[in-house]
Structure formats: C-alpha cells, structure tokens
Design a protein around this ligand. Structure first.
Ligand code: 6R9
Length: 646
C-alpha cells in the first residue's frame, strides 16, 4: 500500500487552487473546453484578440491542431513589455554562475532592454520572421535573451543542448536550415570548460550546414577562440550601440515559435515544432497553477535551456507570469554536493523544480550536505523527467523539504509543451511515485494493445483523447511522421509512448516508455541513435542497444556489439567504442555497458528480439520468455554466459 501525503491544511488555506476549485474547474474544462480555454487565453496580451478558440481534429485523415487561430500577439512582449509598468524593477532572472562567487540579478527593465537590443541586432543581420536560428549556449542570461529576441522578431529558434557533439549540432542545423548560430567561446560546468565555439566550427564543416551565414559569439569565459571573418561576429561588439527599444512584431497565434529536437524510437531525432499563442497560454497557466505561484516567489528550475523543461518552465512560463526565475550554470556536485542547497539559501528560493536522477545522486551522499543549508525559504518542490521511485520521493520530502513542502511530480513531454499530469499542491493528495491527476483540460486514457479504452483501475498504454493548447503542431519538415508517430497507433488519440497504471483513486502512475526510447538521467535517447553511432565505426558489424535499470540514472545504456569478422574483441576496442559514441552524439549517450555479441538473437525474419536483450541486460535470464521463434537459440546462451555485470 503506497503511503499517502494528504494536502496540508496550511498549504491549502493559502493555495491558488483547493480541492473544490480543482474538481469544479476540471469538470468545466473537459465539459466545455472552448469556454474554459477562451477564459484562460485572456491572461495574455493580444495585439489582435482571438475570436476562435479551438479547431482540432485527431483523425489521421484530417489531422489539424489550431488554437486561438485568428489571434495575434508577441511572445516577448508578453514576457517583458507588459510587466514594465508594475514590475520594471523586479528581478526577472537571477543568474548563478558555475563559480559560486559569481551571480547576477537582471530586472525586467534590464532584460527588456537587452532583448530589444538583440532583436535589433538580429534584424540588422537579416534575420526575419520564420528564419531559423540555432542557439548553442551555456546556461547564461544570453540564452534567454537570444530566445526572447528571436520570438520578438518572429524568428524560430532551435536550442541545442551544450553537451551535444558537433555532429548532433550539425544534424539539427541542417534539418532546420538555420541562417544564424548563437554560441559562446566556452561553457563552464563543474569547473570544466566546454569548447562550444570549436564545436560550432567543426559542425559547420559537415555537409548540409551551409545555410548558416553568421555565427554570433558571446564572450563568456574569455578563452581564446579562432574567429573566421566575415562569418563570425562578437555578440558584445554588435550589441553595443543597438537601440534599447524595438517594436515587437505581431505574430499569428499559430506561427512557429521554436523547434526542439527529441529522440524517438526510430531514425534521427525529430524536430518538435511548437507555435506561439496556445503554447504561451498553456505554459504560463500551468506554471502559475502547478507551482502555486505568488508575486514574491523565487522560482528555480534546474533544467538546462537545451531541454523542453528549460524552455517552458525556466524561461517562457515564469517570465510570462512576471516571476523571478533562477538560472544556474553549474552542476549539483561542484564545488561540493551541498551546492543546490547553498544556492537555495543564497537566493532564498521558494519553489524548486528538479529531476529524479539529481535527487537519487544527492541522496547517495547522505543528509549532511543538505542539512548544512537552512532551506527554510522553500515551500514547494517539484520533479520532472522520469518516474520518481518512492524512496527518492520520501527522501526529497523528508530531508530536502523538512517534511514541510508538498511535492509536485509533473508528467509531460517535449511534444506536450507543458505539464499534463500533476498534483496541484493545495488540491490533490500526493502518493509518492504517482504523477496523480490530469491538469485542467487534459483527458488522459489508458488503452490496451488494440486501442480499447480501459475503465477503472487498470494498466496499459497512455493516450490523451483531446487536444490542449500547448501541444506540438508538427514534426518540422515531416508532417507525415508527426501523424504516423502520434496518431496512427490508436486512431483518434494522441499516443504518448508511455505506459501507465491507474489506481482505484483514479491516480496515474507512469511506468515508463513502451517504445524504443530510453530515459537516461531524464534525457531521452532513441536506442536506434546509439546503434547507428556504433555501426558507423569501421570495426562494427552490428549493434543492438537497450535500457537497463540503473540506480542513479534511472536507466543505463546497454550495448551489444558484433564486430566485423577477424576484428579482435579487446578491452582497448571496447573503450574506443564507448568514447566513439560519446563523441558522435554527446556525453549523455555514453554506453554504460558494452558487451561483445558474436551473434544477436533474431527471429527467422531477421528482426532483433530486443525483449530478450532487455532481459539479459536486466540480469533476468530466467525471464527470457518464449525463445522458440529464434533463428539460432545458442546465441542467447552465449550472451547470458558472457553478461558483463552478474
Ligand atoms: C518534460 C520531459 C518525456 C518522457 C515521457 C516519460 C518521461 C517525464 C515524467 C516522466 C514519469 C514523470 N517523464 N516526466 N515519467 N514521471 N513525472 O521530460 O520531456 O525529455 O520529452 O521526456 O520522460 O517517459 O514520455 P522529454
């Protein structure tokens, strides 16, 4: 029996949404979504108010998703200009450097001025509405400035995580046809330098990247970089002298805002495209409700801007709400494992949002590093990115929150734009490990393998049966892939790729991906991506990659590799292959285990039987199930005998 953490009376008394309000508004939101989202949409400043709210069909033959389709607005103006009168001097961004001696506070007025300058700068370089801009920056304020400047002129940004390799960056630039890249000399994480500009130089030598005309370089560490004129320009030099005002461009609600690449079960990462109006309505409203936002809160989301969490809940949601958002350049364990809590005290953080993998890693260090800090400012904690195991949840609650702070376990995806299933801390009793209940307007369902909707307490595949404003609109450049990936498996429904259980109280428990996507420390990776990196090595004949349970990362990467005949399987080659994948994709894709496989288990039609490989990686050789369809059963015995970790 899972433990229950009921809503505390104290919290509920001051909360934005209590039990009665949740029940009432949720019922209204699904009974009459048009009326509900019409009302919520008014929270933004519209240049031209919408008259249409929702125009959606999930039917694959006529798929379309449009929200507020005749409205016009500017996203940056909603995040900045409209706060100037009442909140001009309020801190918009608190930047905390990798080096604990470095931090900066930027007011709404200052941020507005910087964004206007950057918007003028980009426009002067010939970037306009609809042009794509790649942002490959560390966690510094310029990342937010660059994103908002794009939004201000109607350019479409694609932020690429600074930990991605030159190849991964090149792939994204080529797929989206970027005209301009914004990067920095170097990044800094845990005292180590990340050669961002060098990576950009390398990426731009790859085929398909010659759409890039300009590279803007932010001087951050001051490290020496090779500038290639006329392509490369210093950000600070061009920012100087730009006017600090700029007339924000009116955008249609359905104009693209950004493309963010994410891993799927097949092929290369897909460019998830989000549009402007519905996205901002959804992220600002969820941010306010889920974090129970108040005017004096200091909100800290530890995600990098390279992930969707950084887009929706570090930059856009909080700034649209006029909140103070903390941007942290560093890592949780440097200079020591007390860093998070030191930062909480230093900036008096009240709302804290992080990933289960970070909690598990810090939990391993014991309570002392947490107790060194007071954390008295905290009033609510959140998690995102992967299922949180109840032990980690209880530790987060008891040790980090001193048993005072409710926890919101928020389930969502790059594709969903914002949070879909989550507790509201004043309204929904929490059960450790459960994302609990749907947010307003969200209609989840659980279906069996044939798509039949299951009622009551049950388990199966998680789908969403109707649209919400923050939903992705297409896969950039491949609308068919969008339809096929999300709307064909279960006709008429959005398929999440996740499995879920619903208990007798109607609570949702996400059980993890049911496709070939693995979740490593909250980062999504397609097994196919890692496999194609491995087979790109000249000595590799074939590779199969699966996830396996990992204490800290949630899932680790387990690779089975078959070498070309005559290639000796040495430890040196194993190390080389691990380093190869790391270089091809980035450090997050580093295989944790790499086992030599003289052969892979295949069906007679040649399909790799991953189910079996997963069981071997999990060290559950007694649960291999039916192996009678294997072409060569002896292959399995060899893999079990040679398993790496026993
Ligand atoms: C926001 C984000 C999405 C996948 C998703 C699911 C897993 C995210 C979760 C969770 C259980 C949670 N996931 N939050 N699983 N509980 N609270 O993480 O987006 O990187 O696209 O990953 O992450 O498997 O399908 P993204």
């Amino acid at each position: 029996m899972a433990s229950l953490h009921p809503v505390s009376a104290d919290f509920a008394a001051r909360a934005r949404i209590d039990k009665a309000a949740y029940e009432r508004d949720y019922a209204e939101s699904v009974r009459d979504p048009v009326a509900f989202w019409d009302r919520i949409g008014r929270r933004l400043d519209w240049i031209r108010p919408y008259t249409q709210v929702k125009d959606v069909s999930f039917d694959a033959r006529d798929l379309h998703i449009r929200w507020y389709a005749d409205g016009e607005l500017n996203l940056a103006a909603n995040c900045l200009d409209r706060h100037l009168a009442a909140r001009g001097d309020k801190t918009a961004i608190i930047w905390e450097g990798d080096d604990p001696a470095q931090s900066r506070r930027i007011s709404y007025r200052e941020l507005h001025a910087e964004v206007c300058k950057a918007a003028n700068l980009l426009a002067n370089l010939g970037v306009g509405k609809g042009d794509r801009v790649a942002i490959y920056l560390p966690m510094i304020p310029e990342a937010a400035v660059a994103m908002l400047a794009c939004a201000r002129i109607g350019a479409v940004h694609t932020v690429v995580f600074g930990g991605f390799s030159p190849d991964s960056l090149a792939g994204r630039i080529a797929d989206s046809g970027c005209k301009l890249v914004i990067t920095a000399d170097e990044g800094l994480r845990g005292g180590k330098k990340v050669p961002l500009k060098v990576n950009v130089d390398e990426a731009l030598q790859r085929p398909g990247t010659n759409s890039v005309e300009t590279v803007l370089v932010v001087r951050h560490t001051g490290g020496a970089v090779a500038m290639q004129p006329p392509r490369d320009r210093w950000w600070h030099a061009l920012m100087e002298g730009q006017p600090a005002t700029h007339a924000a461009v009116a955008m249609n609600a359905e104009d693209p805002l950004f493309i963010l690449y994410t891993s799927g079960s097949t092929g290369k990462p897909k460019g998830v495209l989000h549009t402007t109006g519905g996205y901002l309505v959804y992220v600002s409203y969820t941010h306010e409700c889920v974090f129970d936002l108040r005017e004096d809160d200091v909100y800290w989301c530890t995600a990098d801007v390279g992930w969707v969490t950084g887009h929706s809940y570090l930059v856009y949601g909080p700034l649209a709400n006029g909140a103070t958002t903390v941007m942290f350049e560093g890592v949780p364990n440097w200079p020591d494992t007390s860093r998070f809590w030191q930062v909480v005290d230093k900036h008096q953080v009240t709302l804290f949002y992080t990933a289960p993998t970070a909690i598990r890693a810090l939990m391993r260090e014991g309570e002392a590093p947490v107790k060194k800090a007071s954390r008295a400012s905290l009033r609510l904690l959140g998690t995102v990115g992967e299922p949180i195991n109840p032990e980690a949840w209880e530790w987060y609650w008891r040790v980090v929150g001193d048993g005072r702070c409710p926890i919101v376990d928020t389930w969502w995806q790059t594709e969903t734009g914002g949070i879909l299933i989550t507790p509201l801390a004043g309204a929904i009793d929490q059960k450790p490990g459960s994302a609990t209940k749907p947010f307003f307007g969200v209609k989840p369902a659980i279906v069996d393998a044939n798509g039949a909707v299951l009622d009551g307490a049950t388990e199966g595949n998680l789908v969403i049966t109707d649209s919400w404003p923050g939903q992705m609109r297409t896969v950039y450049g491949d609308h068919q892939r969008f339809i096929d990936t999300y709307f064909r498996t279960y006709p008429g429904m959005y398929f999440t790729g996740d499995g879920a259980r619903r208990d007798e109280d109607g609570y949702y428990w996400i059980t993890g991906r049911v496709d070939d996507v693995i979740n490593v420390s909250g980062h999504r990776l397609g097994t196919a991506e890692v496999e194609s990196a491995l087979v790109a090595h000249p000595k590799v004949a074939e590779a199969a990659v699966v996830g396996y349970p990992h204490d800290i990362k949630g899932q680790g990467i387990y690779a089975y590799v078959t070498l070309k005949s005559g290639e000796p399987a040495t430890d040196a080659l194993r190390k080389e292959l691990v380093a190869w994948v790391r270089k091809e994709i980035g450090p997050i894709a580093t295989p944790d285990q790499l086992q030599w496989a003289p052969g892979l288990p295949k069906t007679r039609s040649g399909k790799i039987m991953r189910r079996i490989l997963r069981k071997i990686a999990e060290n559950a050789p007694d649960q291999l199930g039916d192996t009678s369809t294997l072409a060569d059963p002896s292959v399995v015995k060899n893999l079990v005998d040679e398993r790496l970790v026993k």
